[in-house]
Design a binder for this molecule. Structure first.
Ligand SMILES: Cc1cc2nc3c(=O)[nH]c(=O)nc-3n(C[C@H](O)[C@H](O)[C@H](O)COP(=O)(O)OP(=O)(O)OC[C@H]3O[C@@H](n4cnc5c(N)ncnc54)[C@H](O)[C@@H]3O)c2cc1C
Length: 497
């Protein structure tokens, strides 16, 4: 039988794990990457590359700890610190590609510009542009879209913004604090990037104001007991109980910014677990007055910003919009994903059920996640490859629609703009790799305790079933030890070839 050809668009974490998963299912992956290197967003560059959506600032440190943000069968060396700079992450991604010999399946400098249903021949027809702008067409049986959920920067519109004379940038263009030294800067948006950029600017002698849509709780990367926050919070026994989770977050957070400080009435969302910002320094900067919160923005003038409460911030030099990204997959038709009300009809956030044959195309990691993106990308890729290979069947459309409708209800209730937080255990269940607590209690009680009360490291999904990895148990049991190892005497991971 002829091998099934799979087009993979993008060679970031999602694309690489898709190549590997296809190879494991005896499919033929051909990955197209518009840039000249693999690694996606972790490939730091001073300037935005053509077509690039999200980007890193130079001082970025991972929000997730190294045992939570890794490949499930390829851990970071224990010499890496618990939280990682961008060169370390990129080195790890490259090592992964090298270890599993993935690079030879990638065509660099190749932009996929359109995906269309083919009338005869193979199922899909892709339009591809090479580095000399030459356009060609290729046919495939399946497509995996790995182009990132952070694809199109979102900047809110405000009256008068076009008249503002100072610097206006989206956070994807921020690299260094130097140019903002001794400047008055308004940062709009206080989650992850917003909080971190505001803090970096404040530490580098800018006068910083921050505007957020609502209050947040500030959580440090490392808790007082030396454990990373995510290894403290992402624990099955806690996640099952929103009140216990909230209590735990309250215990570890270093500061809170109330809704009132942001100029909004108490919002309807009560669960703090949905409104965290990860920052080691932000609470201190707020306490020292190095960052000040401001309320809702009414309008911009040439030099000033006017707020809803009537107050004015005068002579503002720069505004940085850390306001996130819109969901966008420009190479396919929006109607394949969204219904008329804008709801994404995508089974498990992977298979668009609006397609005639949903199992022909997969969205990989095109979701907002609670916790790291990496385990979700990997599970998506593993599921999609097994579905393409005919080793997992999708339910009928009606059943998939019912599952989606349930999720849409949940997503709406939680006020997410785009598909949110797929539960990794749910995905693992579909793949047939979810461990059972009952079974573990009988066969390996120590592991069973770790399953319920230990961190949800990705290695749990390599213990059994397709793609099982013999190293998984050991990594699960040593997750904390491997996390703290480097803090006891760090050997450089980025040195060497
Ligand atoms: C500042 C910052 C901090 C972050 N910190 C974390 C963190 O701590 N933990 C975490 O889990 N995640 C973090 N992320 C999110 C990050 O997006 C994920 O970690 C992950 O790398 C996403 O991988 P991806 O493959 O889905 O997307 P990307 O890494 O963006 O890769 C997409 C690739 O697709 C290519 N591409 C796009 N369109 C086309 C096309 N039409 N044709 C050909 N190629 C195309 C792009 O060139 C790119 O290489 C962070 C992101 C930012 C911006």
């Amino acid at each position: 039988m002829a091998t099934k050809r799979v087009a993979i668009v993008g060679a970031g974490v999602a694309g690489l794990t898709s190549i590997k998963s296809c190879l494991e299912e005896n499919l033929e992956p051909i990955c197209f990457e518009r840039h000249d290197k693999l690694g996606g967003v972790w490939n730091y560059s001073r300037e935005l590359r053509p077509g690039q959506g999200s980007a890193l600032y130079n001082s970025v440190v991972s929000n997730d700890s190294k045992e939570m943000m890794t490949f499930s069968d390829f851990p970071y060396p224990k010499e890496c610190p618990p939280f990682l700079s961008h060169p370390m992450v990129l080195r790890h991604i490259r090592n992964y590609a090298q270890h599993f010999d993935l690079e030879k399946h990638i065509r660099f400098n190749t932009d996929v510009i359109d995906v269309q249903r083919n009338n005869d021949g193979k199922y899909w027809k892709l339009q591809i542009k090479d580095k000399d702008d030459k356009i060609s067409t290729e046919e495939f049986d399946y497509v995996m879209i790995c182009t990132s959920v952070y694809n199109r920067p979102f900047t809110p519109s405000y009256p008068g913004l076009e008249n503002f004379k100072g610097t206006k940038i989206h956070s994807n263009m921020y690299r260094e604090p130097t140019e903002f030294k001794e400047k008055k800067v308004l940062v709009v948006g206080g989650r992850m990037s917003g909080g971190e950029i505001a803090t970096e600017l404040a530490r580098n002698r800018a006068e910083v104001y921050i505007n957020m849509r609502h209050g947040v709780w500030i959580v440090p990367r490392i808790c007082q007991d030396g454990r990373p926050f995510d290894m403290t919070l992402f624990i099955r026994a806690l996640i099952k109980s929103p009140s216990k989770l909230t209590a735990e977050i309250e215990k570890i957070c270093t500061g809170k910014i109330s809704d009132e400080q942001c100029g909004v009435q108490g919002s309807e969302i009560r669960s703090a677990g949905r409104r965290l910002t990860i920052s080691d320094d932000m609470s201190e900067c707020l306490a020292r007055g190095q960052i000040k919160t401001v309320g809702g923005i009414k309008e911009f003038q040439e030099d000033d910003v006017i707020f809803n409460d009537g107050s004015t911030l005068e002579n503002v030099d720069a505004v940085i919009f850390a306001t996130g990204y819109d969901f966008a997959v420009p190479i396919i038709d929006d109607s394949w994903i969204f219904d008329k009300s804008g709801n994404a009809e995508v089974y498990k956030y992977i298979f668009p059920v609006r397609l005639e044959d949903p199992k022909r195309l997969a969205l990989i990691n095109l979701v907002h996640t609670r916790g790291s993106h990496w385990p979700v990308a990997e599970l998506h890729a593993r599921i999609a490859a097994r579905v393409f290979a005919g080793n997992i069947d999708l339910p009928d459309k009606e059943t998939m629609k019912k599952d989606i409708d349930e999720k849409i209800k949940y997503v709406k209730n939680k006020y997410f703009r785009v598909p949110a937080g797929p539960n990794t255990d749910d995905l693992a269940d579909m793949l047939g790799v979810k461990p059972s607590f009952g079974h573990l209690s009988l066969s390996d009680p120590q592991l069973a305790m770790a399953f319920e009360y230990g961190p949800m490291v990705p290695y749990w999904y390599r213990l059994q079933g397709p793609g099982a990895w013999p190293g998984a148990r050991d990594r699960i049991m040593k997750a904390m030890e491997n996390t703290s190892y480097a803090m006891k005497g760090y050997q450089s991971f980025t040195e060497g070839k």
